[in-house]
Design a protein around this ligand. Structure first.
Ligand SMILES: [Zn+2]
Length: 283
């Protein structure tokens, strides 16, 4: 069984078939999905928690949905380009959300210098403000980091901030949809982060990323879909969904020279360790 460590289950693109999509994930061997709560705008960051509550069975009762679904967890956070919205009200909302037992992570937060959007200094201030809240709630963080074209500018700023503001917490986190080089991977592992690979690992032009992936120790990896985006080959461009995380896991197994079962067991173990969860999976 696999864990999809990053999927935007609250996306509008699942409005018509969310239950069927989750049932397909379970059928494909996905035990657990971490639903990402960033919304279109910061005010919608409770979207992932709502999906959790809709599809997870309430306490001891059986699932009322009739189908078997993966166990869902949620995150909440203000996406880098939404940081200009991160006022007192939004940060209080984040703090309230992180107090919920289903909301196991703060994210995706970080720095994005690739797309035009929030000024870089606002992104950095928004990140630091959220690190404080996540630390107080003892929630690991999910990091989005993308530099200007081939530059490591965002990574340089990010790692500096994490060294100073996050390492002392010992809480660690996930480098989501990892796209850096070996140096960034090595420094992330050193900071106690897991490195999570998405469907772009399977794309023809991703040879440099595959070379980085091949060097990561088994106890440092996760797999994710980032659904509805980044559909693995050969369906690139179509809507992605958690069931397809199996393809990324298969590709990673080939790169690391281990079986798909070993990838499943290592990534599951890593996820449960980071978020201090029990081994009970599925609904
Ligand atoms: Zn994402």
């Amino acid at each position: 069984m696999l864990i999809d460590s990053h999927a935007h289950l609250d996306s509008e693109r699942y409005a018509d078939d969310r239950a069927a999509m989750l049932a397909r994930a379970w059928e494909a061997g996905v035990s657990t999905v971490l639903a990402i709560g960033i919304g279109e705008h910061a005010s919608g960051m409770d979207g992932a928690l709502k999906i959790c509550r809709e599809f997870n069975p309430q306490s001891d009762q059986e699932s009322t949905q009739g189908a078997k679904f993966p166990r869902l967890y949620a995150s909440a956070g203000v996406y880098p380009h939404n940081t200009p919205e991160a006022d007192e009200t939004v940060l209080t909302q984040l703090d309230t959300l992180l107090a919920k037992p289903e909301v196991i992570a703060c994210g995706e937060i970080g720095l994005d210098y690739y797309h035009e959007g929030a000024p870089h200094n606002i992104q950095r201030a928004g990140l630091i403000a959220q690190l404080e809240i996540a630390a107080a709630r003892k929630r690991p963080i999910l990091i989005h980091c993308r530099g200007t074209n081939e530059s490591t500018d965002a990574w340089d700023d990010l790692l500096l901030i994490l060294e100073e503001n996050w390492r002392p917490t010992g809480l660690g986190g996930v480098m989501h949809c990892f796209g850096g080089g070996w140096e960034e991977a090595r420094r992330s592992l050193d900071l106690g982060f897991l490195v999570s690979f998405a469907g772009n690992l399977t794309y023809p032009k991703a040879q440099p990323l595959r070379e980085v992936a091949a060097r990561i120790p088994l106890d440092g990896i996760l797999v994710e879909t980032d659904a509805p985006w980044l559909t693995p080959a050969p369906d690139r461009g179509k809507r992605n969904e958690p069931a397809f995380v199996t393809r990324t896991a298969h590709s990673l197994a080939g790169l690391l020279g281990v079986s798909s079962e070993e990838i499943a067991s290592a990534t599951t173990k890593n996820f449960l360790r980071l978020f201090r969860l029990g081994a009970d999976v599925g609904n």
